[in-house]
Design a protein around this ligand. Structure first.
Ligand SMILES: NC(=O)c1ccc[n+]([C@@H]2O[C@H](COP(=O)([O-])OP(=O)(O)OC[C@H]3O[C@@H](n4cnc5c(N)ncnc54)[C@H](O)[C@@H]3O)[C@@H](O)[C@H]2O)c1
Length: 668
């Protein structure tokens, strides 16, 4: 399709004449049927809600069709309205736009729906089984049209994927404000998501799906590499590396698919169990996992062989993780590192496939007999934990990888609690990411080259590496390991072939690193060394973006881990300090109702305005979280915020006075 035709279709928005119905494409990965939750009256409401997007003359036809979708799939996706053109991150100048910032947003959201990137592209799900960009295709079409038409004096307002409209604002305001799944707190249980999402009034945006900031599995390869490397350092007895050691985990989906690649980069042998053949073979084709083995013993034998040779190698075991854990235990294999990345934030609707049911049987049962399915899941989790416990007794270091594994296992009654009411195993944030990264302000800073040219990405890699190397020369000892890991990462990034979808890169940097890298990018755009603007962003999984007591804020111990002030303050603060778009979500990562998380996108167009905005906004975006972590008495954060105050005279943060435990203890 020519550029003109594409642009015409974008500007058309929702077509006035009905496009022909689309066949259900069985070649691609689809979201499982969602459970039947609406009453008859609520179904009527869902249809009425969906029809709001269309001219009355089409209601008769569409009402019938949408009811059919609702009954077959549990949601109204409006498949017929899927556009004819391919959705992907084209070069920015291909998108029709009056605002270059709006065009960059179109590029980013298109990347989230690219078939090479998205988990269930026809259901507009990017990752995590239910991480949605939009609820239906009408919302997509209308949003693209608004973005194409808007000027820099307007702001587009998105309510859980629904474009409420363009509202007059001003040049300094964000171009888009995204809220996803914001609920009255008492209506934030998993079934509330099922019901209100089926009604078409809310959605689960995960972290980066509904904020258009997903950059494929690369985003998580980096975090996973750092996590595995540091987990390796934790189990290292005499400074040895991960050579010849074994890492066992599960999941080759949207984010979890990064694990084998990260394991290879970290130099460890890995087995990742995956029940869905489409997911496993997709990762193999993309080169993210070295081989797929369908027999559990053969998978273990192959891994042990690589361990013996000391060669990093990644194996996908096509089968259930519980079967793998139990077999490893029966064979008395020494597993060094263990984790899990099934989607347990979404345990009853396709996030976790229990042992004892085939993949197909599970998909059927979760929709038709949800209560029975729940029992299978809980029994499976109990068996999984039993095997993990035995292997941990033999020396395995097991950690929760932010997927609510410990939480759901405890709810299932698995033997996962220590006597004093705490989990037996740490979350990776408690042990690794929190004290080593977030408390110092290091987090998943990322960027996308909107020219979509690999050449531009190469130059940004070089710029970022030069900046980090310079900072490293004078960095204090507390952060030299982090600097070293990231310099190595960026140096090897191109060779590791990490790009899937947009020309994007991620690395962990602190406030100083992020600001200096962004400033250098903006200058390179201004000097035309980069051929188009760069979009800056980050995962919500960061120092300030996310309040999540079982993950990002699990290393906050003053009780405030159950509050969400930080994430809300963050997104409000970013929005008036220059973000191009901001987003705030309920539920990313560990599940609906369990977390509030937010993020931003910022277009660096080479202007002086961009230079001012990036300095002001990035400073807040990182230091808000450090200040909060410091107030929670985290010593690394106290160090970091004091250092920042020395650098920034205008910054005045309240520092905690740490009471001596003995003064308090003697009162009890
Ligand atoms: N800690 C982090 O930084 C981090 C990052 C990303 C994701 N997560 C969490 O990890 C989870 C996975 O994310 P995702 O995007 O990969 O989700 P996903 O749904 O795309 O992938 C999960 C995969 O697990 C497979 N699976 C489910 N049950 C299984 C079983 N019993 N045995 C083997 N395979 C099984 C599924 O088929 C699926 O492919 C989510 O809960 C997410 O929130 C954590």
């Amino acid at each position: 399709m020519s550029r003109e035709e594409f642009q015409k279709l974008v500007l058309q928005g929702i077509p006035s004449e009905l496009p022909s119905p689309k066949a259900y494409d069985t070649e691609i990965n689809h979201a499982p049927k969602r459970k039947e939750i609406l009453t008859k009256e609520q179904k009527k409401l869902a249809l009425k809600n969906a029809l709001r997007y269309f001219d009355k003359k089409h209601h008769e036809v569409l009402a019938k069709e949408f009811l059919d979708e609702l009954e077959k799939y549990g949601r109204i996706y409006m498949y017929r309205f899927r556009p004819e053109y391919k959705i992907y991150s084209r070069s920015i100048d291909e998108f029709p736009a009056k605002s270059i910032h709006a065009a960059a947003i179109m590029l980013m959201l298109s990347n989230n729906l690219d078939h090479a990137v998205a988990q269930h592209p026809h259901e507009l799900i990017t990752y995590g089984g239910n991480g949605a960009v939009f609820q239906n295709w009408a919302q997509y079409l209308l949003t693209m049209k608004y973005l194409a038409e808007m000027t820099d004096e307007q702001t587009l307002v998105l309510y859980s994927g629904h474009p409420m409209g363009l509202f007059p604002s001003h040049k300094e305001a964000p171009r888009v404000i995204v809220t996803n799944g914001m609920m009255i707190p008492n209506y934030s249980k998993p079934d509330d998501w099922e019901r209100f999402n089926a009604l078409g009034v809310t959605q689960y945006g995960q972290m980066t799906a509904g904020s258009f900031m997903y950059i494929g599995p690369q985003g998580i390869v980096h975090g996973t590499t750092i996590t595995v490397l540091n987990a390796g350092r934790k189990i290292s007895k005499s400074g040895e590396g991960l050579e010849g050691k074994l890492f066992v985990t599960s999941g080759l989906g949207g984010m979890s698919g990064a694990q084998p690649k990260a394991a290879n980069i970290a130099g460890v042998v890995s087995i990742t169990a995956e029940v869905n053949p489409k997911a496993a073979y997709k990762r193999q084709e993309q080169g993210w996992v070295d081989e797929v083995i369908t027999d559990v013993d053969k998978a273990i034998d192959a891994a042990l062989d690589y361990c013996k040779k000391g060669i990093a190698h990644s194996i996908a075991y096509l089968g259930n993780i519980v079967e793998l854990w139990e077999r490893l235990e029966q064979r008395n294999v020494l597993v060094h590192l263990g984790s899990d990345q099934t989607s347990l934030h979404n345990p009853w609707a396709g996030g976790y496939y229990p042992i004892g049911l085939s993949y197909e049987e599970s998909n059927k049962m979760m929709a038709q007999k949800p209560e029975e399915f729940k029992k299978y899941v809980q029994e499976s989790l109990r068996r999984q934990v039993t095997a993990i416990n035995k292997l941990a007794d033999k020396g395995m270091y097991f950690f929760d990888y932010g997927n609510a594994f410990l939480l759901e296992s405890s709810r299932a009654g698995a033997d996962i609690m220590k006597s004093e009411g705490k989990f037996k195993y740490p979350s990776y944030v408690q042990d690794i990411m929190g004290p080593m990264c977030f408390d110092y302000g290091f987090g998943p800073f990322r960027w996308v080259c909107t020219s979509s040219k690999p050449k531009d990405l190469d130059l940004t890699d070089k710029i970022a590496m030069d900046v980090l190397e310079e900072i490293a020369q004078t960095a204090p000892i507390e952060i030299t390991q982090q600097m070293r890991d990231n310099i190595r990462w960026i140096r090897e990034a191109k060779t590791n072939k990490l790009v899937v979808g947009s020309q994007a890169r991620i690395l962990y940097a602190d406030c100083e690193g992020r600001t200096k890298i962004a400033t250098a990018f903006n200058k390179a755009v201004k000097d035309k060394k980069l051929s188009a603007p760069v979009v800056l962003g980050r995962d919500h999984h960061d120092v300030s973006g996310t309040d999540s007591p079982f993950r990002e804020t699990s290393n906050i111990y003053d009780g405030s881990q159950f509050t969400a002030d930080m994430a809300i303050q963050n997104v409000i603060g970013d929005s008036f300090r220059g973000a191009t778009w901001v987003s705030i979500h309920n539920g990313g990562g560990v599940g609906w109702g369990e977390v509030i998380n937010g993020g931003f996108g910022m277009v660096l167009d080479g202007s002086e305005d961009a230079d001012r905005r990036l300095r002001m906004m990035l400073h807040w975006d990182v230091n808000n979280g450090i200040a909060r972590r410091s107030w929670a008495r985290n010593k690394e954060a106290i160090f970091a915020i004091k250092r920042e105050m020395e650098r920034t005279p205008n910054l005045k943060v309240t520092i905690p006075n740490v009471a001596d435990d003995s003064i308090i203890d003697k009162l009890f």
